[in-house]
Design a protein around this ligand. Sequence first.
Ligand code: ZN
Length: 212
Amino acid sequence: MSHTEGPLGSSVHDAAQRAADIIDVLVPRPDSRDEAARLAMPRPPDERQRLIAVLRAYGEPEPIEISDAALAALRQVAADLREVFAAADAATAAGRINALLAGRAHPPRLTTHGGESGWHLHVDSSDDAPWAEWFLTSSCLALAVLLTERQAPPGGFCGSLSCGKPFVNVGRGSARRYCSPACGTRERVAAHRHARAGTGAPAPSAAAEEAG
Ligand SMILES: [Zn+2]
């Protein structure tokens, strides 16, 4: 993945997508909508390695070391950020972002991480802030910028019941429904089969088009 810290849009989108990817590693997807139940579910044995792989893919410098305590704190932040992705409208998402930043964000500061990157904005306490503090503040900042640009929720969850992966809303168009073209196609095919099975006739192609 390329990591030019160039235009605002790409670095903001990267940080929001990184939040989605980390939530997907640290918060189990299944049906339970109860946060406590999700946090209490057994963890996959490769959870830490998958988290490190995501951080590495987004340009985090080596060595990437995550202690047990840091991992637990990151899980809680991921569960909190998931609620931003779950917000049904901009006002709800904004309220949740504000609540997460309140009392945890520090004054905005510019950093290059000692010349390792281009100048960019942080609202954590320092370049050596704990993982969870960095994850919460950098994610909230990116999601806040996306929300203000779109005047809409910054993310959502894949509408494929067999997927449910978090995704980032970008662009000016209507909100997306699926995390990937693969999930959209699978759901369209399933809807088509279901319609045919139900009526004994081919599904109207308009319905299939609309599903995207
Ligand atoms: Zn999906």
